[in-house]
Design a protein around this ligand. Structure first.
Ligand code: ADE
Ligand code: ZN
Length: 318
């Protein structure tokens, strides 16, 4: 298999249980779990919200620049071991600001690790700040303003958190501003939400990639649009199983998507929560869905094509 880029991974979703305990001790935060096993017992999810509840709760241990830098480096180390060459990582600033941790602390820590990723881990990286769609629209606009003021080295802006009931249309103005600032645009859509949200992400937000997008399959005209315009879908197989978006990996529609000519990529989403990093997602596709070397190679090439790397670097990697 050729070089792989990971394009859909939430940094806070790489917070492993062991690191939660380590950071709780370092920051003198009392955890509501007696030990690692008690915490791990909570990693049973029935839908997106049941996961998000724990995901946001666990973030309480992330307090200092050092915590964010350590978390980012732990993720890079794991990717380097898997031979991944590039990653575009999501960060959720509102989730930290809302609990009193300033954006400056979050991004100084993350950006420090990102700036060193080539030298320390042999992989390139970029940051995509995500808007939490289940929080107020004016807050998203304020936070975007704050990130621009801080001159956070951002690759782009994304849209995540609880999907159903929070259509992309709410954030048209925020994303127009981000585009005017030269940021790339991506959006979660069609994970639990309907195909209509994917249309809106494309037409109203100007999304260049769709995160998940698996429910696009319910709308043939949408599939045609995504194929014709070569809009990448960053699919997360193990996440979809753990959040019961699909009933089992054996029934995952990834091959159907690939065969339909969609530019699909494989990603981990929240690797500390869903049972595997990007390499483990590939491995399970091979073992459970009998993905061939050729299919995995196509998925790997798609990840380079779908990335926001420069054209010259893409040519070297393809
Ligand atoms: N935030 C972290 N993981 C997410 C997912 N899978 N969907 C939406 N928001 C998220
Ligand atoms: Zn996601």
């Amino acid at each position: 298999m050729g070089p792989v880029a990971e394009l859909h991974m939430h940094l806070e979703g790489a917070l492993e249980p062991e690191l939660i305990f380590e950071l709780a001790e370092r920051n003198r935060i009392a955890l509501p779990h007696e030990d690692l096993d008690a915490l791990r017992a909570r990693y049973e999810f029935t839908d997106l919200q049941s996961f998000l509840d724990l995901y946001y709760e666990n973030m309480a241990v992330l307090q200092t620049e050092q915590d964010f830098a350590d978390l980012t480096r732990a993720y890079f180390a794991r990717l380097a071991a898997a031979g991944v060459v590039h990653t575009e990582l999501f960060v959720d600033p509102q989730a930290h600001i809302a609990r009193g941790v300033p954006a400056r602390v979050v991004f100084e820590g993350v950006a420090d690790a990102v700036a060193a990723s080539e030298r320390e881990y042999g992989l390139s990286s970029g940051i995509i700040a995500c808007v939490l769609r289940d929080r107020p629209v004016p807050e998203a606009d304020e936070v975007l303003g704050e990130l621009l003021r801080l001159e956070v080295p951002l690759l782009g802006i994304g849209l995540d958190s609880a999907e159903v009931g929070y259509p992309p249309s709410l954030f048209e103005g925020v994303f127009a501003r981000a585009r005017a600032e030269g940021l790339h645009v991506v959006a979660h859509a069609g994970e639990e939400g309907p195909p209509e949200y994917v249309w809106q992400a494309l037409d109203l937000l100007g999304a260049e990639r769709i995160d998940h997008g698996i429910r696009a399959l319910e709308d043939p005209a949408l599939v045609q649009r995504l194929v014709d315009e070569e809009i990448p879908l960053t699919v997360c197989p193990l996440s979809n199983v753990r959040l019961e978006v699909v009933d089992s990996l054996a029934h995952h529609p990834l091959r159907t998507m690939l065969d339909a000519g969609l530019l699909v990529t494989v990603n981990s989403d929240d690797p500390a929560y869903f049972g595997g990093y990007v390499d483990e997602n590939f491995e399970q596709l091979r073992t459970t869905l009998d993905f061939t070397d050729d299919e995995c190679d196509r998925l790997a090439r798609n990840s380079i094509r779908a990335s926001f790397l420069g054209e010259g670097r893409k040519r070297e990697l393809l």
